[in-house]
Design a binder for this molecule. Structure first.
Ligand code: PMP
Length: 479
């Protein structure tokens, strides 16, 4: 029909709009391709790009056009600059164990920081913080604060080298210990760089990114998680030069892959046999797997350990700790310091957070909430006839669409993460935010137990899974 006024096909116009609407509904609700409204963030991205490389302060947050700019958080919910609300499942990569903007911690920190923040002198808050850290973990006798997990692992490695008078340190492929040079060996995030890891039986040290001196990488020996034969060969070959094994008790950087029975016990025995120290990097697992972290959970006593994340509920608190003997090289024989080490904000946050974890049932609540989420997800996935396994601990877990979990990084890199990645991205668009990269586990905090978070997470997951599966069918990809 002609528009009597302007000669436009009104009918045609309406049909076009109707067709577009149908496509939009199909694309959005069936294929799950609807996009969030994010004009403020797009603008901020362009602005930030002019000053911050990648538009952020960390490579891990540089998600291109999807880079998230945050406004605020409260409990388990966060709001971006455009006002989109999400249930947070990243929790800042793990530190926010109680919930965002927790009044108990913030009020205490606020009160203490008004007495001054940085003196480069020692406050009671620091002493109390490290007393609590030793008390909750049980085994360490001495501890010192640092500002980041990176610093903590750097100092723990130096202490181990000083104690033993040896240079080399064994680390496991795929494990992340921060961004200092020694830590950035054989982390290898990209599946297309797998060849650089060397033969499975004899892995080679591969620096992650440029700028790491080769002399540094040569002091690191990569091993494979859960591959005890490789580890023993390394010790038989170079045992006299090995100062320590540093290990994240679970493969936190690959969905929290768990140790096989006997793995940690054998490592403990092997280090003792060859006079090397055992460093547990508990930056992710500490005060999360239990009050005594992974050491308590697995029943292993290391010589040194590093902590950060959950100890300060998101404030920049970190520490390294150890047995009396291992830490005896401080203060006289090993350099450690830092203008901000033990600063009031971090120390007060640690005191309050660790007191809450010690005196309340927060960790039990978190574990139970994680189990409830897992039960809901299992039902959803099971109903769709897909295989799945959870890795890690209910407070920090990965979801793998397979019959069996991989046992180490190389195997993990070979598995199909595309379905998971699509689900994670779809969840963000629907109001829950797990990390879009399947390496990172989901993190549960105490506040997730409140309201109807669990049900909402499961519903959002189900919708997103359906959309991802539909997309696969649509694109002819095998499920
Ligand atoms: N070790 C482990 C196990 C970690 O997960 C991380 C951070 N993701 C670090 C060390 C480094 O901590 P930070 O980011 O505070 O430097």
């Amino acid at each position: 029909m002609r528009d009597p006024g302007g000669g436009v096909f009104i009918f045609g116009h309406e049909i076009t709009i109707a067709v577009e609407f149908v496509f939009w509904v199909y694309d959005s609700y069936i294929l799950g391709n609807f996009e969030l409204n994010r004009p403020a963030q797009s603008e901020m991205y362009l602005r930030a790009l002019r000053t911050l490389p990648g538009g952020t302060d960390s490579n891990f947050r540089a998600w291109g056009e999807d880079t998230v700019y945050i406004d605020r958080g409260r409990g388990s919910h966060i709001w971006d600059l455009d006002g989109n609300e999400y249930i947070d499942l990243r929790m800042g990569y793990g530190p926010v164990i109680l919930g965002h903007a927790d009044d108990r911690v913030d009020d205490y920190v606020g009160e203490r920081m008004r007495r001054g923040v940085s003196f480069s002198l020692t406050s009671e808050d620091e002493v109390l913080a490290m007393e609590l850290l030793c008390e909750l973990n049980g085994w360490p006798k001495k501890a010192r604060m640092t500002v980041s997990g990176t610093e903590a692992t750097m100092h723990a490695m130096r202490v181990a080298r000083a104690v033993t008078g040896r240079t080399k340190i064994v680390k496991f492929e795929g494990q992340y210990h921060g961004v200092h040079d020694y830590a950035l060996v054989s982390v290898t995030p990209n599946p297309n760089q797998m060849a650089g890891l060397g033969p499975a039986e004899n892995p080679v040290a591969l620096a992650w990114g440029r700028g790491i001196p080769e002399a540094v990488t040569r002091t690191m020996i990569p091993a494979r998680y859960n591959a005890l034969d490789v580890l023993r060969r390394i010790f038989e070959r170079e045992g006299n030069d090995i100062a320590a094994i540093i290990i994240e008790p679970v493969l936190g950087n690959a969905q929290g892959i768990m140790p096989q029975p006997g793995f940690h016990e054998t490592i403990r025995a092997l280090t003792r046999e060859f006079g090397a120290l055992l460093i547990f990097d508990e930056v992710k697992t500490g005060f999360r797997f239990g009050r005594g972290g992974a050491a308590e959970y697995f029943g292993i006593t290391p010589d040194l350990a590093t902590y950060a994340k959950a100890m300060g509920n998101g404030y920049p608190a970190a520490a390294f700790a150890g047995t009396e003997e291992a830490m005896s090289v401080l203060p006289d024989n090993v350099s450690h310091g830092g203008t901000y080490a033990g600063n009031r904000v971090a120390a007060a946050a640690t005191v309050k957070t660790l007191s809450i974890l010690r005196d309340t049932d927060a960790l039990e609540v978190i574990r139970k909430t994680g189990e409830q989420i897992q039960a809901g997800l299992s039902e959803v996935i099971g109903r769709r006839g897909l295989p799945h396994v959870f890795t890690g601990h209910p407070s920090m877990f990965g979801i793998i669409f397979a019959e069996k979990a991989p046992t180490e990084y190389r195997q993990w890199a070979d598995t199909d993460h595309e379905l998971y990645d699509a689900v994670a991205v779809g969840m963000r668009d629907r109001g829950a935010m797990p990390e879009p990269d399947s390496r990172e586990p989901w993190f549960v905090c105490e506040a997730h137990a409140k309201g109807n978070d669990v049900d909402q997470i499961v519903t959002i997951f189900a919708e997103s899974l359906d959309a991802a599966l539909e997309n696969r069918v649509h694109n002819g990809i095998k499920i």
